[in-house]
Design a protein around this ligand. Structure first.
Ligand SMILES: Cc1ncc(COP(=O)(O)O)c(C=O)c1O
Length: 377
């Protein structure tokens, strides 16, 4: 049986639907039954059998395959991390910067994609922030900010506040043409919109589990294009980065020839097991199908909000510029007041800046959106 977005079978996997219109996936997703069960099983196994619960190498390889399938990557290009920041720091701290280099980014980034780059300012590297135009990031503006000293373009797939979806295909092509590393913070898109690291010419991609990937806290993914493995500094490595971590007595081992070299030390297995179960669910439903469904929901929501007289912060553009995020300005009270009033009515959203950010996933329905519209002042 295929799981259709918005179907009763899908909703039954999300206990949160029993009480709430949960529209907050750009903040943190609720756990679904399959993920929670997988984590419970793993913990029970661990409790009963200790180290025997440790996943065998084949399971770990299957996990890498599953994660790679999300991005059209190869399994050996995937490293398991704790969060998005860890992946971004691997790039920011790992590249061999020279004074006078610059990083191009955009002005509407979440702080997680700001501070890792500020780390390298002390090495004489400057950060160029391209302004948006009414929330839109214009590819030509980004390209105009690059020069022969640009080493990295660092952008989010989807901007956390406006919900604007960057044109990764065109940005990636511009980077490729100029020899600039293309580094994407994918957390606001991964799991809800398709990502293809090949078509998008992405060099490095970092994401965390607990938003649109529907995973628990503590597990994230880092993609490193195979050709770039050696571009990141090998000083940032640990015992699990070696070619054979099970050889405890050889201190002179080479690094792992794959992205597992970025895993350093013991991972948070309960979190990883949960994230992998969530990714299996997303792949079963199909990310293309999820995107189609969610873009319909957010498109209708934008039209309904405008009809009610609300001003949108999300640019009401072409479908390819949209995402799972819609942010609008509440008219009669502060975003915080409106968000708590909505929460009292069982509608979960986030106040962000001057707006209310609404972020439905594939198990939400038009009834959830209606509940939001009815509860709005
Ligand atoms: C664009 C973006 N990147 C990263 C994060 C989170 O970073 P991390 O996974 O390192 O906690 C968020 C939200 O919390 C975000 O909106």
């Amino acid at each position: 049986m295929t799981l259709a977005p918005g179907s009763p079978a899908v909703r039954a996997l999300f206990p949160v639907t029993e009480q709430y219109a949960y529209l907050n996936h750009a903040a943190v997703a609720p756990l679904n039954r399959r993920t929670a069960d997988a984590m419970r099983r793993w913990v029970a196994d661990w409790e009963a059998h200790g180290t025997r619960a440790y996943p065998p190498a084949e399971t770990v390889q299957a996990y890498r395959q599953r994660a790679a399938a999300l991005f059209n990557a190869q399994p050996d290009e995937i490293a398991f991390t704790r969060n998005t920041t860890e992946g971004l720091l691997l790039v920011a701290r790992g590249l061999d910067w020279r004074p006078g280099d610059n990083i191009v980014t955009v002005e509407t980034e979440f702080t997680a994609n700001v501070y890792p780059w500020k780390n390298v300012e002390a090495e004489g590297v400057t950060i160029r922030r391209v302004p948006s135009r009414r929330g839109r990031i214009v590819v030509e503006d980004v390209v105009a900010a690059m020069d022969h000293r640009t080493r990295v373009l660092a952008v989010s797939f989807v901007e956390f506040y406006t919900g604007y979806r960057n044109d990764l295909v065109r940005l990636g092509a511009a980077c490729r043409q100029r020899g600039v590393c293309f580094c994407v913070d994918a957390i606001q898109g991964a799991g809800v919109l398709p990502i293809d690291v090949e078509a998008m010419h992405i060099d490095f991609l970092a994401t965390g589990g607990p938003k649109w990937l529907l995973g628990p806290m503590g597990a994230g993914l880092f993609y490193c294009r195979r050709d770039n493995l050696n571009a990141l500094d090998p000083r940032l490595y640990g015992w699990l980065s070696t070619a054979d971590p099970d050889d405890y007595f050889d201190y002179e081992q080479p690094l792992s020839p794959t992205a597992s070299r970025f895993e350093w030390g013991t991972l948070s297995w309960p979190s990883l097991v949960g994230l992998m179960e969530s990714i299996a669910l997303l792949l079963e439903v199909g990310v293309e199908r999820i995107a189609d469904y969610v873009l319909d929901l957010t498109g209708e929501l934008m039209a309904a909000l405008q009809a009610k007289g609300y001003e949108l912060i999300t640019p009401a553009g072409r479908r390819e510029e949209r995402s799972g995020i819609v942010t609008f300005r509440p008219s009669s009270a502060s975003p915080e007041e409106v968000a708590s009033r909505l929460e009292a009515a069982g509608v979960v959203v986030s106040p962000r800046g001057k707006g209310i950010r609404v972020a439905p996933h594939f198990y939400n329905t038009w009834e959830d959106i209606d509940r939001l519209l009815e509860a709005l002042p």
